[in-house]
Design a protein around this ligand. Sequence first.
Ligand SMILES: *Cc1c(COP(=O)(O)O)cnc(C)c1O
Length: 406
Amino acid sequence: METTKTNTAEYIRLEDAYGAHNYHPLDVVIQRAEGIWVWDVEGNKYLDFLAAYSAVNQGHAHPRIRKALIEQSERVTLTSRAFRNDQLGPFYKLVHELTGFDQMLPMNTGAEAVETAIKATRKWGYKKKGVPENQAEILVFEGNFHGRTTTIVGFSDDDQYKDGFGPFTPGFKLLPYGDLEAVQNAMNPNVVGVLIEPIQGESGIIIPPAGYLKGIAEACKKHNALLIADEIQSGLGRTGTMFAFQHEGVQPDVVTIGKALAGGFYPVSAMLASRDVMDVFNPGDHGSTFGGNPLGCAVAREALQVLVDENMIENSARLGEYFMKRLSELNSPNIQEIRGKGLWIGLQLKPEAGGARRYCEALQDEGLLCKETHVDTIRFAPALNVQQQDLDWAMERIVSVFAKLG
Ligand SMILES: *Cc1c(COP(=O)(O)O)cnc(C)c1O
């Protein structure tokens, strides 16, 4: 599959000429997609093994979600929250029923949901815990990824995410990920919350030691701090459960969701919490012009219903285990480690393997679209309605690439 044909090259030229260069995509120009498959402008077909960073867990262009989008778009798309709409309430109710959280606050992007959680947690700290003004601290972790706003990149430990964007918001303390004692030692009366990815996605599917999240939940309880789980990528079935925190049997106080919440049709995100936390927000404290709009609500409600009706979460658990087993049969001196939960798998290469990028490019040539994360890890994350024979098809390509590249 040549990627230098005129058509592809021309689209890339347009992007280069007229767009910001803030991404380094594979040179495949996608024109059409359905389920787990995508087609490029040359007519080549690929298995999508990234699923838009888990934003299309339900598969591309799911017919039920598309129908909800079209039907709602013919009624009303945006009212702003100055008026009510008939899609918001039913969406709230379904999220409550599926997640058990009392209440939600809808936003659009993941970063906005995280910002919302930070604001809620701080305000809860001042109004309910009694932390002195401007002293609130939130504990965060090395390797975190919570989005790209200035506040959020300010507590990243990735130099590139921060370089040139300061000064940053104070009030965050960075701790090593996976070290429970570090959390216990960092607790003090001004700590209002601990913001954590139960499994770190962008960092390369990093799974902390068993009991870690549970220990943090206990430390939070003991010191009256909120546990905030960022489930924007790990949630909604990706790891084989509705939320990744369920693997540890903990109950966070605050959860952020996004990405797959609207099945890739529309940006919808949310913060979920108990009533006790959510009621720190009064009219005018926070909001978004598009947050909670009827089109997004209708699409997200159908996207969640599809996830459940089509047993995609169970499928993720079952086939995730199957695919991990298949991958463990790979015989390559260049593999450092394979780790995963459900259909969320990171294959980390040894430093001497020459980086994950060239593997992803070779896989693209074989018809499998993956994206490296950081330098050394290939992430495997197909839509959750992938079938076993599709994974076998993918496995043939992966075997062939490892045979070629070592
Ligand atoms: C993708 C992601 C975000 C940010 O979501 P955007 O929609 O890109 O703003 C936040 N947290 C986690 C864990 C993510 O994976």
